[in-house]
Ligand binder design. Structure first.
Ligand code: CP3
Length: 337
């Protein structure tokens, strides 16, 4: 497993071609996914190992990607720790009783590994089924999870979250410390069951200034990443180009880059750090010659980095044509020479 293209790129090796996988490769862009999920609520599907194995395998079978991403959700560990959270279709995570002050912190107990035994069972089943293709375990980073807990759901401006961090910093740090422990446990369970690599998703960290990230977020993401340093760690954010060095400093082996800066520019910002990215997922809806040129540009610019994992700059959009993703994989695989 250590010799998979993915793990080699994570270690900073120049590979004959970049390994390729897609964030949100398992999910609504696939008709076979919609069929399996019919009538089963999202979080319920995450608790059924057979379904998790099937959905995780679907894009691996269809595209021949170089990694599987565990089918779950960032709120699964919160729910397992006892928080009343649901995923509403077309909306995202919705928290029944948002965290607004100190009194609410008691509702965030540690996550007992036994409460996610369905994760252990799913990962074990997957590792067997994957027969050598590496499995990426994942979790939401403390900030992104806390934003849902504080706002009560998806947010445009994160105003309650920012107000809390600045007005009650002690409550904020207590909250992020608790979420970090839950996140670390969730990742540990996946690693112990056989995940080869982990990715920490700080999808909404780009809402913050560099100074806010450094003071209010970085120490907590660093605490999570320090606890899982026995496997390669990918640290991903959207809109985080202005503080890529801090994302690396938090303890990442690989930094994820969205589409806002080219990879050679990203490589200058974090010298020596392997990169993952960075095709704009919206462009997958453009004509094929446009996509082809973008794929080639990204692979070329990625050579400036110490190791490159080809991915999108954010998740696959539900309206994406799966055949287009198949062609992207085909084009990259053909580069092996
Ligand atoms: C912010 C975030 C969430 N969840 C996740 C993130 C970070 C990644 C990112 O930034 O894209 C991570 C996630 N969610 C899911 C996966 C595993 C599948 C994969 O990546 O291939 C992963 C890695 C499944 C899912 N998670 C969700 C779906 C869609 C649910 C469905 O099929 O009905 C899937 C396949 C639901 C979800 N869960 C969340 C959102 C915003 C949504 C979409 C809501 C909607 O538009 O319906 C929270």
């Amino acid at each position: 497993m250590n010799e998979s293209l993915l793990v080699r790129a994570c270690r900073g090796e120049q590979t004959e071609r970049p390994p390729v996988w897609f964030m949100r490769q398992a999910g609504r862009s696939l008709p076979e996914y919609r069929k399996v999920r019919e009538g089963v609520p999202m979080l319920e599907s995450c608790r059924r190992p057979e379904m998790v194995v099937e959905i995780t395998m679907q894009p691996v079978r269809r595209y021949g990607v170089d990694a599987a991403i565990f089918f779950s959700d960032i709120v699964v560990p919160l729910r397992a720790a006892g928080i009343d959270v649901e995923i509403e279709s077309g909306v995202g995570p919705v928290v029944a009783e948002p965290v607004r002050g100190r009194a609410d912190l008691d509702r965030l107990p540690p996550l007992e590994p036994g409460a996610v035994s369905f994760v252990t069972e799913s990962v074990r089943g997957l590792v067997e089924e994957l027969a050598g293709t590496p499995l990426i375990g994942f979790a939401g980073a403390p900030f992104t999870l806390a934003s849902y807990l504080v706002e009560g759901g998806p947010s445009r401006h994160y105003e309650r979250t920012k107000a809390l961090m600045h007005s009650q910093p002690d409550v904020w740090h207590d909250l992020l410390g608790r979420v970090a422990r839950i996140t670390a446990t969730f990742l540990r369970v996946q690693i112990d069951a056989g995940a080869s690599v982990v990715q920490l998703f700080d999808s909404w960290a780009g809402a913050l200034s560099k100074a806010e990230y450094e003071r209010f977020v970085l120490p907590h993401s660093a605490a999570v990443l320090a606890e899982v340093n026995d496997v390669p760690r990918i640290h991903f954010g959207v809109g985080t180009s202005e503080f890529l060095p801090l994302m690396a400093q938090a303890g990442a082996d690989v930094v994820g880059v969205d589409w806002r800066i080219p990879l050679d520019e990203a490589a200058r910002r974090v010298p020596g750090v392997p990169l993952q990215g960075n095709l704009d997922p919206a462009l997958l809806l453009a004509d094929w010659p446009v996509i082809e040129a973008e794929v080639d540009r990204i692979v070329t610019e990625g050579r400036a980095a110490e190791g490159h994992i080809f991915n999108l700059g954010h998740g696959v959009l539900p309206s994406t044509d799966p055949d287009v993703l198949a062609r992207v994989v085909e084009r990259i695989r053909a580069m092996a020479g």
